[in-house]
Design a protein around this ligand. Structure first.
Ligand SMILES: C[S@@+](CC[C@H](N)C(=O)[O-])C[C@H]1O[C@@H](n2cnc3c(N)ncnc32)[C@H](O)[C@@H]1O
Length: 253
């Protein structure tokens, strides 16, 4: 069994590692939860690609009457989240691959969800599969339901894209000039070297949870907007942005 303290230390390290790529990560979480807070005080929320639960936990901190169902396919990140937030009322982790149709049936939703959220996760899913994910998601949300996706989503125009990237790079350089955080590969290498995580690392390798993902077309804003429209979302726009780091909001009629 992974102890709470051990998981806590890894999640703190995870959050800092993620901030290296997202200097405004906390501000983006705050903006996302602000949007959720405009609805009922006890929403049913799905967190897609939740990782170790950073967003889910922050959401429950502000909306303690919410029910959050946090879905991911990485056994190690799920185990960290379960150990860290064991007993946190309203939070449940579900082990499912979003690319495999039928994932919403495993969520055990008490009623159609009010909101779905996601941060830095859905660019992992290739465009053709993303269409299916959004179509299935739309069926799990109530009429009028909301989807909020915080991610690096690029525009197709080359000069504008370069400017957006530059803004993110400058912000990160300013924030971390004196003390840069470890990168993604270093974090995973450290995890792989932790004997207490050996069984989880083996499970991770067996499931190929770390398979490459970058370079897929779902890093484009238009891929998400088009797939969301095809899924039935009628109002789609950016609620918050720094460079190409956006909080995309999509609403069902
Ligand atoms: C960079 S992490 C972000 C985690 C968390 N949302 C956060 O902001 O800290 C990306 C997450 O997406 C998850 N993910 C990627 N593809 C997935 C899939 N097909 N099904 C479920 N989760 C997926 C990964 O396992 C990982 O936990």
């Amino acid at each position: 069994m992974l102890s709470h303290e051990h998981a806590h230390a890894w999640i703190e390290r995870w959050d800092r590692q993620q901030e290296g790529y997202l200097p405004d990560r906390e501000e983006r979480f705050t903006a996302l939860i602000d949007a959720v807070e405009t609805g009922r005080p006890d929403p049913v929320v799905i967190d897609l690609g939740c990782g170790p639960g950073s967003l889910s936990a922050r959401l429950l901190n502000r909306l303690p009457d919410a029910t959050v169902i946090a879905v991911d396919t990485d056994p190690l990140l799920l185990a960290l989240g379960r150990a860290e937030y064991d007993g946190l009322p309203g939070l449940r982790f579900v082990d499912r691959d979003l690319r495999v149709p039928g994932w919403t049936e495993a969520l055990g939703l008490p009623r159609p969800a009010d909101v779905a959220v996601s941060t830095t996760a859905l660019h992992w899913i290739p465009g053709d599969q993303l269409k299916n994910v959004y179509a299935e998601l739309a069926g799990a949300l109530r009429p009028g339901g909301m989807f909020l996706n915080g991610d690096h989503l690029a525009v197709a125009d080359a000069r504008l894209d370069a400017l957006e990237v530059a803004l993110g790079t400058r912000a990160a350089e300013r924030l971390f000039a004196a003390d840069p955080p470890e990168d993604w590969a270093s974090w995973w290498a450290a995890v792989a070297a932790d004997p207490e995580l050996e069984a989880l690392n083996l499970d991770r390798d067996r499931r190929k949870a770390s398979a490459g993902h970058h370079g897929s077309e779902s890093g484009l804003l238009s891929t998400h907007v088009n797939a969301l429209r095809a899924a039935g979302f009628t109002e789609i726009g950016t609620l918050w942005q720094r460079g190409n780091d956006r909080l995309l909001c999509a609403l069902l009629p």
